[in-house]
Design a protein around this ligand. Structure first.
Ligand SMILES: NC(=O)c1ccc[n+]([C@@H]2O[C@H](COP(=O)([O-])OP(=O)(O)OC[C@H]3O[C@@H](n4cnc5c(N)ncnc54)[C@H](O)[C@@H]3O)[C@@H](O)[C@H]2O)c1
Length: 266
């Protein structure tokens, strides 16, 4: 009889959302999943779906902005096995502009998108060190690399990219790799209000993307899967844009600057 080797545990936050769900599904091929979200209804739907596809996955309700919840999360995740991977994916944006921003929305954006991710890293610091080859993936945003609105959220994501490097440098000696991913526009629940305000919002966004296709949750999941795999064993401290070229530049701006018809139709 062959002995079953226990899979390592990957903690995926915001797993009730579309991107988190895709990451959990992809990582479940190699890991037991601790699927974490504040919204148990969304989370249970996602988990049921993955369990039906044979994944070993546990739904854990947690408000990542609350220390007591993080402490409970660490115990519940440890019961599943050895935690080797943390994907800080939960995130959301409050104020659209600096003009709209208030002290309350500023605090909300910074707390969830930056502080909670770092506190979650601290929560799993010991098991990530102990396993000898831990992985931290921080889901940042193109908003952390340039200005696209949502200024406080963007500042938090820029901070998260910097925190990714800090983890890489300080914890590299323990074999921990730490990388960020910067997704471009992805059609998820997070766009519901903007899509309701303008049903053409994604078609309009597409015009700015050199590849003329928007990334999807599975594209982020594929990048996460690569970065945590042995194939990426010497990659740490980076921020990988998965943005169909958005942060590389704009063809229409290049057309204006060069006045070259070579950019027409790009
Ligand atoms: N959708 C995009 O266009 C886009 C672009 C760039 C980056 N991102 C980033 O990708 C990540 C996932 O985004 P999404 O579009 O799937 O969003 P989403 O709103 O679909 O999912 C986010 C999930 O996080 C959970 N969450 C929120 N606050 C929480 C808390 N305090 N504790 C625990 N869970 C909490 C929500 O319940 C939700 O299920 C976010 O970090 C987001 O900033 C998204």
């Amino acid at each position: 009889m062959t002995e079953q080797v226990a899979k390592p545990v990957a903690v995926v936050t915001g797993a009730g959302g579309d991107i988190g769900m895709a990451i959990a599904a992809k990582l479940s091929e190699t890991h037991t999943i601790a699927a974490v979200d504040i919204d148990m209804t969304a989370l249970e739907g996602a988990v049921d779906n993955l369990e039906n596809h044979g994944a070993h996955i546990a739904a854990i309700q947690c408000d990542l902005t609350k220390q007591a919840d993080l402490e409970r999360l660490s115990k519940e995740a440890a019961r599943l096995g050895e935690v080797t991977t943390l994907v800080n994916n939960a995130g959301a944006a409050a104020a659209l502009t600096l003009h709209q921003m208030t002290a309350k929305t500023l605090s909300k954006d910074l707390t969830l998108n930056l502080e909670a991710a770092l506190n979650c890293f601290k929560t799993f610091e010991q098991p990530l060190i102990a396993c000898g080859a831990g992985n931290v993936i921080n889901i940042a945003s193109v908003n952390g690399l340039s200005v696209y609105g949502h200024p406080a959220y963007s500042a938090a994501k820029a901070g998260l990219i910097q925190a990714t490097r800090s983890i890489a440098v300080e914890y590299g000696r323990y074999g921990i790799r730490s990388n960020a991913i910067a997704p471009g526009t992805i059609k998820t629940q997070a766009w519901k209000t903007r899509q309701a305000a303008n049903p053409d919002v994604f078609a309009e966004a597409l015009a700015w993307y050199p590849l003329k296709t928007l990334p999807e949750p599975d594209d982020i999941a594929a990048a996460v899967s690569f970065l945590v795999s042995p194939a990426a064993r010497c990659i740490t401290g980076i921020c990988l844009p998965v943005d169909s070229g958005l942060t590389a530049g704009s063809p229409s701006l290049a057309r204006t600057f060069t006045q070259s018809s070579d950019f027409d139709g790009c």
